[in-house]
Design a protein around this ligand. Structure first.
Ligand code: ZN
Length: 335
């Protein structure tokens, strides 16, 4: 999940040099794109030690009131409001904690967070702290689905390799996904975690009917893929996108290729796919691609498993591919 250097205003938000004509009261007016720049710098103020601790030292800093002993993380007060404003002292707290509520998971993020979804957002009470810190939550086991992290789950703070001094420099994963050494290590980096060891679901041995259904479904998908590749509209859903996906089902395995508008299904094993999809019943995927249900929903409801959290983006695109083909067919019929 390495992040590249990003600009305050992402490139895609910058309007192009362009103009258009608008007609008001039967008169044409020229409308041109123009810009106004307003940048500002914002100080972290008294929270600077907290953010500098994350950025420079991979430490989580809180503050302790010498009178009541309450430890607050982040150190949001310099004087304790409960103790006649006694000055608080900065101190380091632990990097393992317990979720104090079950975190909701965001699958459909705003454009600001789209590249980070799906993620959980919840509050953790770190060892040595009395207040809860709000954090982002991820999993190394594939996609983040409900039930993986709950109220009471032990989680570990992970530091991103590239840190700028923001709360998004850290996130948490369930401690149960890490080794004892990793859990004990302070300042554990994102690059030190094994993101490539997702737990693939195991399926029971297929019966004859499963195998026959599988063969039939693959043929159905192949025919559908040809239609999609020939549809101008459907092609747009996967424009500029390239993925070789290995799809595993109870009765067999096939390859799905997304290649800048082209979509192809082949009954073969891929030695090094970009990611793996697994669903017990191939019909889950057939229904999704035939626009009889959403593939996104299948992931959320755990009918379909994918090996990489961030490939959720590709799932969106597949749903769009199915929808765009149906839309084009409807429009043609209407004509
Ligand atoms: Zn106090």
């Amino acid at each position: 999940m390495a992040e590249k250097k990003t600009k305050i205003i992402p490139d895609e938000f910058k309007p192009e040099v362009a103009s258009k004509v608008v007609t008001i009261d039967k008169q044409d007016f020229l409308l041109q794109n123009d810009a106004m720049f307003t940048f500002y710098q914002r100080t972290a103020g008294e929270l600077s030690p907290f953010f500098l601790g994350i950025k420079n030292d991979r430490k989580i800093i809180g503050c302790k009131c010498p009178k009541c002993g309450l430890v607050r993380v982040p150190p949001m007060v310099t004087h304790c409001p409960d103790c006649d404003f006694a000055p608080t002292k900065l101190l380091e707290v632990g990097q393992v904690g317990t979720m104090n509520s079950t975190p909701p998971i965001t699958y459909f993020a705003t454009s600001m967070f789209a590249d980070k979804a799906p993620f959980g957002r919840g509050r953790v009470i770190l060892e040595g702290a009395d207040t809860a810190l709000s954090v982002m939550l991820y999993t190394t086991t594939g996609i983040l689905v409900p039930g993986l992290i709950k109220k009471g789950t032990r989680v570990k703070v992970i530091f991103k390799n590239e840190r700028v001094g923001q709360i998004s420099d850290i996130f948490c994963v369930s401690a149960s996904e890490l080794t004892a050494q990793q859990v004990a290590k302070k300042g554990l980096l994102e690059s030190e975690i094994n993101w490539e060891a997702p737990k693939e679901p195991k399926f029971p041995k297929p019966g004859e009917k499963n195998i026959a259904d599988f063969k039939h479904s693959v043929k159905e998908l192949q025919a559908l893929a040809i239609k999609m590749s020939h549809s101008k509209r459907a092609r747009r859903a996967i424009e500029g996108w390239k993925r070789n996906i290995s799809v595993k089902t109870r009765a067999g395995e096939f390859a799905m290729y997304i290649d800048d508008g082209n979509f192809k299904i082949e009954e073969k094993k891929l030695p090094s796919p970009d990611f793996i999809m697994a669903c017990e019943d191939i019909k889950t995927l057939v229904d999704g691609l035939m626009y009889r249900g959403s593939i996104t929903d299948s992931v959320i409801t755990k009918k379909l498993w994918i090996s990489k959290n961030l490939e959720f983006n590709t799932i969106f695109k597949l749903d769009r591919l199915a929808r765009f083909l149906v839309m084009e067919q409807k429009e043609k019929k209407a004509k």
